[in-house]
Design a protein around this ligand. Structure first.
Ligand SMILES: [Zn+2]
Length: 230
C-alpha cells in the first residue's frame, strides 16, 4: 500500500504530470492540474431525492458534482491506482454541497457504503471510507465503517438495467451492531440508480435506523437523462 509520505516523496523525485491533460504539475497540485479541476461542475441541486430512480428507503440524497470526463478519470484513478490524497482533496471540495444541508444537523453517524471483503482485499482500501472520513472530520461526526457489511459479492453493475441493479443489491448488506433510532448518512463515490445505497438504507431501517440519506461525490446528470428520454 502506498503511504502518504511515499506518495509525496515520489512527487518530489519525479516531476508529475496531470493525469488528464498531461500538463506538468505545479507544486500544490495533486495528480490533476488546476485547469482540469476547474472543469468539475458542481451540481448545486441540494437534496435531489425526488430524482433518484431507486430510492424508496432513502430520506435524502446529495451529490456534489455532475459526472463528467475529468471526474470519471479522477474517481477511476483514485480507486484503481490508490490515489488517496487526490480522493481526500476531491472530498474536501465536494463537501461544500453539504454545508447548507439541513439534514446534516441531525446526523448521528456516517457509514461508508462497504465493499465486499474480497474486493477490499484486492483494492486495499474502500474509496467510500476515505470520503466518509474527510466528511466526518469536517462535520465532527463519527464514521462507523464496521456497522454495515457487504455479505454478497455483486459484479459490476454498469451493464445492468434498474431492475437488474435492484435484484443484484437486494440482501447484499448486513448490519453488525445496533443502529436503533439513528440518523445515518451513507457515503459513496457515485450514485447512479440508487439501488446500492437504497439496499443499505433498507437494511439499516430494518435494524431500527430512523432516517438514512446518501451523499456522493458524483452523479450522472439526470437533466441529460431526462432530455434523452424525450
Ligand atoms: Zn490537466
Amino acid at each position: 500500500m502506498i503511504t502518504h509520505l511515499y506518495e509525496e516523496l515520489l512527487d518530489f523525485i519525479y516531476p508529475q504530470y496531470c493525469k488528464f491533460c498531461e500538463k506538468k504539475l505545479s507544486s500544490g497540485e495533486i495528480r490533476y492540474c488546476r485547469s482540469c479541476f476547474e472543469q468539475l461542475v458542481p451540481t448545486k441541486i441540494g437534496n435531489w431525492i425526488k430524482e433518484v430512480t431507486t430510492g424508496e428507503h432513502l430520506d435524502f440524497a446529495y451529490s456534489a458534482y455532475w459526472f463528467n470526463e475529468v471526474l470519471q478519470d479522477c474517481i477511476h484513478n483514485s480507486k484503481y491506482n490508490g490515489y488517496k490524497r487526490l480522493l481526500r482533496k476531491v472530498s474536501e471540495l465536494a463537501l461544500s454541497e453539504l454545508e447548507d444541508a439541513p439534514e446534516i444537523m441531525q446526523i448521528d453517524v456516517i457509514i461508508p457504503v462497504p465493499l465486499h471483503k474480497v474486493r477490499y482485499r484486492e483494492r486495499g482500501f474502500n474509496q467510500a471510507d476515505i470520503i466518509a472520513r474527510t466528511i466526518g472530520k469536517r462535520f465532527h461526526l463519527p464514521v462507523k465503517a464496521h456497522l454495515l457489511q457487504r455479505v454478497v459479492w455483486t459484479d459490476s453493475q454498469t451493464k445492468l438495467d434498474i431492475e437488474g441493479r435492484r435484484r443484484n443489491t437486494e440482501r447484499a448488506f448486513r448490519v453488525k451492531g445496533s443502529c436503533d433510532g439513528m440518523n445515518i448518512l451513507l457515503i459513496d463515490d457515485v450514485l447512479t440508480s440508487g439501488a446500492t445505497s437504497n439496499s443499505c438504507a433498507k437494511e439499516l431501517k430494518d435494524q431500527g435506523a430512523e432516517r438514512v440519506g446518501i451523499f456522493t461525490i458524483a452523479t450522472p446528470d439526470f437533466r441529460l437523462r431526462r432530455d434523452r428520454s424525450l
